[in-house]
Design a protein around this ligand. Sequence first.
Ligand code: FES
Length: 965
Amino acid sequence: MSLEGRAIGFTVNGAPVSLDISPVRRLSSVLREELHLIGTKVGCDAGDCGACTVMLDDEPVCACLVPVASVSGRSVRTVEGLANGRLSALQASFLEHGAAQCGICTPGLLVAGTALLERNPEPTEEEVRDALGGVLCRCTGYRKIVRAVMAAGAQGSLPVDVGAAPHPYPLHKDGERGASTLVPPSPRVRGEGKGEGQRQRLNASGDRPVSPLAGQAVGARVPRLDGMPKVTGIESFGADSFPDDALSVLVIRSPHHRAEFAFGDLEAFVARHPGVVAVFTSADIPGRNRFGAIQPFADQPALAERAVRFRGEAVALVAGERRAIAEIDPAEFPVEWMALPHMLTPGEAQGENAIRIHDNRPGNLLVQGYVERGDPDKALAEAACSASGTIETSFVEHAYIEPEAGWAEMDGGTLVIRACTQAPFMDRDETAIVLGLSPKKVRIVPTATGGGFGSKLDLSVQPLIGLVALKTGRPAALAYTRAESMMSTTKRHPASMKATIAADATGRVTGMIFEGDFNTGAYASWGPTVANRVPVHACGPYSTPNYRAIGRAIHTNGPIAGAFRGFGVPQATIMQEALYDELAGKLGMDRLEFRLKNALRNGSETVTGQRLESGVGIADCLEALWPHWERALADAAAFNEGSGSVRRGVGIASCWYGCGNTSLPNPSTIKLGISVDGAVVLHQGAVDIGQGSNTVVTQICADALGLPLSAFRLLSGDTAITPDAGKTSASRQTFVSGKAAEKAGRALREKILRFANVSPAAELSFEAAVLVIGEGGERRRVDLTSLAVDADGFVFTAVETYDPPTLPLDEKGQGKPYAVYGYGAQIAELEVDMRLGTVKLVKITAAHDVGKAINPLLAEGQIEGGIAQGIGMALMEEYVPGRTENLHDYLIPTIGDVPEIETILVEVLDPEGPFGAKGLGEHVLIPTAPAILNAIRHATGVLVTTVPATPTRVLAAIRSAEAAL
Ligand code: FES
C-alpha cells in the first residue's frame, strides 16, 4: 500500500467526506485531527481500552486499529452522530442513571451500547456485558452503565432536547469552560429524595433522579450538572483542544531503572530533522529544577540532570512541528546511557549492599510515620488470644483512561497551561518554581480530567509544555502515550507489612502492633503522606487501647509511588482485617459480631487520643449488613453442601478514613455573587474529575442560599478567576469545599436579607433581572439593574473560606489529625475453583456512612467505582516496571468482572460537615480487597498473603495448605 496521501472518501455521521491523507493513518487520528470529532477518545492506541469505539457500517470497532484506507466508501458513526438535536434514549439514560463520571470512556460506551440496542432493543444484562466488554471504564464500576443500557432499551426512544437543558459548561472555541445556567439535564422523573433524621438508611439503588426546588437540593438524586457534554462527546479533555499551530513535544525517557547519561550533539540532531525547532534539557530550565507537593521533600526534577533513578524518567524534550515530531524515532536521539545497578524493593534498598538513592536520606528512608498509645507490648503479652501475620502488596497503576495531556501558550507575559489536573493551584505554584516565574505569571486552566485517583495531583506535562512555550513563544502541546503514562507517573505503594492483634477472652481487642515498609520509588511525591496516614488508620475503625504503628516510606529505583485513593490505608486494612478474621475464629465468635463489639462509638478515643464526640457511624454500617451477612452465610453453606470443586465464601471488612490533610492546613475558598442579570455565579474551584463536586458543591450552596439549582451559573477551576478550593484529593471536596460553599451561601443570603430588612424565613427567587424577596405574603421586588455592581459584575457577593480544625500530632502521634471521619463496611460473596484457583465474584454489599448523602445518585456511583478498583487491587492488578506498561498486560476490571453491588447509604450526621456530610471517595475502595481476601479464606481455608490474589497464588496457597495436612 502506498504511504503517499491520496483522496479517501467515506461518510461520517451521514455526511460525505473526502480527505487527502496517508492511507495508513489510524481512523481515530483522522477523526480527531482532520475532522475535529474529538468525541472519539484515544486511551491506548492499541485496541485495549475501547475509548475510540466507533461504528463502521453499524459494527463497533476500535478506531485506533483501523487504517483509514479500509473505511473508503463505508460509513462511520461517532458519538457526535448519536444526538440529532435531541439526546438519544441511551444518552438520556446515561445522564439519568449517573452512568458517566469523568466521561472519558462515555463516548465509546455509548457507541457500543447504541450498536447493541439497534440490533437487540431489549438486551439482558449478560448481553449488555458482552457487547460493552471491550470498553474500559475506571470510574463507575460499570453497574450504572449496565442499568442505563437496559433501561434505554426497555423504555424505547425517550429523547431529551439538547437545547431544552442549557449547557452548564459551554465550550469556547479553544475548549475553555465558560458560564451558563445550571439546569439538571434530564428532569424526566420527579420524586422525593431528601432524608431526615439523625440516622437514616437509604436503599439507594432503586430511587430515580429528581429536579429539586429551592431548598430541596441537598439529599436529592440530581443528575450531574456537567453531564450533558459528557454524553454528547463535546467534553474537552486534556488532548482535545490542541491549537493547529502548536508545537508537538516528544519526551526522551530512560529505558533503565538507574543510569547515568550524557548527550551527544544536540544541534546536529536538530539540524538533521527538518521541522524540529529545538531540544531542551535540564540546562534550559530557568528555575529550580525540583518539584513535589510536600515540602521540604520536593525532589523530582522536571528533566533529569546527568543521572536517572527510574525507568521512564524524562531527560530531554524535542519540540517541533507535529508531522516532524511524529516521524522521529526516539532511539535516534543522541544520548548515551551508562546503566547502573538498581534496587526495586525496600528489602534491597535497606540491605547491607544497598545503593544510596538520595545522598541526604540514610538507609533510603524517605520518612517514618509513628503512632503509639498505651502499652502495646504488655497488652500483647497478657492477651487471652492473639493473631499475627504478614501481607505483601504490589504496585498498582491508576490506569485512568485519559493519559496526561495539555497545551501551553504565552498570553503576553503570562504562561497559560490548559491540562487535565486534580490540583490547579498546586500546579501553578510548582510550575512557577521550576520555570523561575512568579505564580502570578502562571495561569492554570483545567481541562476536563478523564480520571485522576491521585496521580494527577503530581505535575506531569505542565512544566514540560510550559518550558517549550516559554522558550519558543509558540503554543506547545503534549499528550502522553499509554506507555509513557504508565511508566512515568505515580503508583500505589507496594507494602510489606507485619502485625499482631490481641484480644481478651470476651472478644475485646486489647492491643495491636503494626509495621509497614512502603516502596515509595525514586522520588518523594506523596510518600510522606502515606507514611504518616497509615499509622493513624492501621487499627481500622475499632477501639484499640494499646497500639504502636510504624509506616516507613523507602526509596527504591521503582516507579514513583504517590497518592492513590486511600494513601496507603487500603494496604494496611488488608493486614488488619485478615487478623480480625483470624482472631474471631480463635475466639469462636461470628466475624461480624467481633467487629461490632470492637467498633468505635460516639465518645470513643482513637489511637491518636482524639475523642470522637459524635458522628461515628461504623456500628450503624455493620448493623445494616447483619441481614445480608446472615443470608450470605446461609447461601454459602447451602452451596458448599455439594461436593463440587467450587467452594463459596463470604468475607467482611470495614473502613474508616479521615477526610482532608493529616494535621495540616487544608483550606478551601468559595466565592459567589448575584449578577446584574439575575443569576447566582458560583466560583467553584474544586476540580471535578468525575467524582461530582460540580454538582454536590452547587447543591450545598443552593440550599444554604435558598435558591434553586436552576439559578446557578458555574465558573469552575481556573487560577485566574476562581479562588483556591484546594486539591481534589483525600476525600475533602464535599466536606471542605462543600463547607466553604455552605458558608458562602449563608453569608450571601444574610446580606440579601439584611438589605431587604426581612427575617431569616424570607424566600428568594428571580424573575429575570429582578430579585424577588417574599415574606408573609409580601413580595419585595429588587431591580438588580438599579444597584451598584462590583468589579466582578455582582450586586451582592460573598467569599468564604473553611479550614478544618485539626491539631498537630506529637512525637507519639497523639493529636487530632482530622476533623471528620467517614466509615463503611462491605461483604464480599464469591466462589473459588479449588482446582484452578480462579475466583468468581457473586455479590458485594456495601454500607457506607456518608453523614448526609448530598446526592445519593452520585454517592452510589462513587461506591460502585471504588469497589471496582478494590476488586482490581484484590484479584488482578500488579504493575511490573518494564513488563506491564500497557492495558493488555496490566489488567483492570472489565464490565464482566464487577458483580452485582448492593449499596446501603447510612446517614449519621457529622456536626462539622456541611449539612452533616462526610467525605466518601477514598473510603469506598478500602474494605473491598480485605473483604474479598477474607471471603477467599472462608471458601478455601487459606489466606493469600501476597496481593493480588491471582489464580496462581490462590492455587499455590491451597496446594501448600493441602501439603501441610
Ligand atoms: Fe468511565 Fe471515567 S467515567 S473512565
